[in-house]
Design a protein around this ligand. Structure first.
Ligand code: FAD
Length: 468
């Protein structure tokens, strides 16, 4: 970094929150995805005013700026792919105010999401978006990736809960969007534009999020299927019965085997699929609904159904699903985690396509995910040092995206585009659609300093390249 730029930044940020040593910068060169890029400098701002000054200087000196929460992105979102500066947002965590009367929370972006869950529940309220990473990830990262989790089926994704933002624009102005009201149709909906923009249109420094009443109770059951197709029919059958579960999670056979070898708990190794289904609401209503859902699974061919009778049994059912990430991480040093999503009626067809891809390339491909909303997580477990296998992975990943799009789906249901899916944007949106997005980016960020190298493909890039 040029001395002049460094001198200017030193006027705004004290030296104990500015990192230049290689050892200090190194851990910012990773996220939970595949890439590795070293930033030239890391800055830990404490408030919107500091960020505004830093961003103005970044425009003057044309320094790329990479906002970063906890770095758990699975799509390369916070990686400094063009060098420049990482803005570590985790020190902006002073505000977590629950406004019970207006049923909302005002939060700083560096607050860990699980803390919002806890505080909301203490007030008898509920913040539904529940990414599996919520004990680690920041609400800022959740907002910018538009994250969700099992509860997305019934309660929707993060964007459904964000009603106001404070944002430092890519040119350094501080603006407010939306507000505290549930209804707000004043002008363009900039809140929705920023949510899910992956840090390419500005830096969120405060958010107002909507809370809802906490469901009174919940019921959970697990169903085993010897045929994957039957689990797909069971999902459709339940969703068309008038019951809307709060979660419907699927694990395929490869996933069942991975979890069983990681932490043996008697999972059925011969089953092609396991479904975990949860219903929440009034205790009397959910009692009837859970039994009806279990019957529907049996009618569609479930070989075994177990309704949890106690909280301990409920936790045991969920522990299999929660073991998936650690279990598959043990299977190899490199995990390529995708989240291609299809209309839920196409889940059996997508599972079939994933099986074909697994066999064609002979890869360790494990599938689990939020079956109720069509958001599957095909994970390829590999070793990035194995160049021959990585070449196959590149082709397999491309075919996964092609399959999702052909089935009427999307590249990403919740992990975002980042660097890993950008080559495929035109496949889903067409060249005109991508160009409209590029015009918005250009209008907001004329110097292209805000998280450059994300979302949009580099010129001529049509396919992911994992090894060169
Ligand atoms: C084990 C594991 C499980 C996961 N499970 C889920 C899941 O169930 N559902 C799901 O949706 N995701 C999941 N993820 C992905 C990841 O946790 C989410 O994308 C999460 O929202 C990222 O939050 P973060 O704080 O780590 O953000 P980061 O990874 O640091 O950043 C994410 C993006 O947001 C931008 N950003 C961060 N903060 C700001 C800010 N204040 N202003 C502007 N831009 C900002 C970054 O530039 C980047 O583009 C999982 C990841 C792991 C490792």
């Amino acid at each position: 970094m040029e001395k002049e730029a460094l001198d200017d930044l030193s006027q705004v940020i004290p030296s104990d929150r500015m990192y230049l040593d290689l050892t200090e910068r190194y851990c910012y060169s990773y996220d939970a995805s595949f890439g590795e890029y070293l930033p030239e400098i890391v800055i830990q701002p404490k408030n919107a005013e500091e960020i505004s000054e830093v961003v103005k200087l970044a425009n003057t000196h044309k320094i790329p700026v990479y906002p970063r929460g906890s770095g758990t992105s699975l799509s390369g979102g916070p990686l400094p792919v063009k060098g420049g500066m990482v803005l570590d947002m985790t020190l902006l965590r002073d505000k977590l105010i629950i406004d019970r009367e207006n049923m909302l929370a005002i939060v700083s972006p560096g607050v860990i999401t699980a803390n919002i869950h806890i505080k909301a529940e203490e007030a008898g309220l509920f913040y539904p978006p529940d990414p599996s990473s919520s004990n680690v990830a920041t609400i800022g990262g959740n907002l910018l990736e538009n994250s969700s989790g099992p509860k997305g089926l019934k309660y929707g994704t993060t964007k459904e809960y964000v009603i106001g933002l404070e944002v430092v624009t890519p040119t350094g102005e501080i603006i407010r969007t939306g507000g505290k009201t549930v209804k707000n149709v004043t002008g363009y909906d900039l809140t929705r534009l920023i949510v899910g923009s992956e840090g390419t249109l500005g830096i969120v420094t405060e958010a107002i999020i909507r809370l809802i009443p906490k469901p009174q109770s919940k019921h959970t059951f697990v169903a085993h299927f010897n045929h994957l197709i039957d689990s797909g029919h069971a999902i459709t059958s339940i969703l068309s019965s008038g019951i809307l579960p709060s979660a419907m999670e699927l694990m395929d056979n490869a996933c069942i085997r991975a979890v069983e070898s990681y932490r043996p708990s008697g999972l059925p190794l011969q089953a092609e699929a396991i479904l975990i289904i949860e219903i929440d609401g009034h205790p009397l209503a959910i009692e009837e609904e859970i039994n009806k859902c279990a019957d529907l699974c049996r009618a569609e061919g479930a070989s075994y159904v177990k309704i949890a009778e106690t909280e301990e049994e409920r936790q045991t059912i969920w522990s299999a699903r929660k073991s998936v990430s650690p279990a598959i991480t043990q299977m190899g040093p490199t995990k390529i985690s995708e989240d291609a999503t299809v209309p839920r009626s196409q889940i059996p067809a997508m599972m079939e396509r994933l099986n074909q891809i697994r066999e064609k390339y002979g890869l360790n491909l494990v599938v689990f995910g939020h079956a109720g909303d069509g958001n599957l997580h095909p994970n390829i477990i590999t070793d990035k040092r194995n160049i021959t296998e990585m070449k196959k992975v590149e082709l397999a990943v491309s075919e996964i995206f092609e399959a999702a799009i052909e089935l009427g789906g999307t590249l990403s249901g919740e992990h975002g585009i980042g660097t890993l899916k950008s080559p495929y944007m035109e496949m889903e949106l067409g060249i005109t659609g991508v160009n409209m997005m590029k015009k918005i980016k250009k209008a907001w960020d004329p110097n292209n300093i805000m998280n450059p190298g994300k979302v949009f493909p580099d010129k001529g890039q049509t396919r992911i390249v994992l090894v060169t």
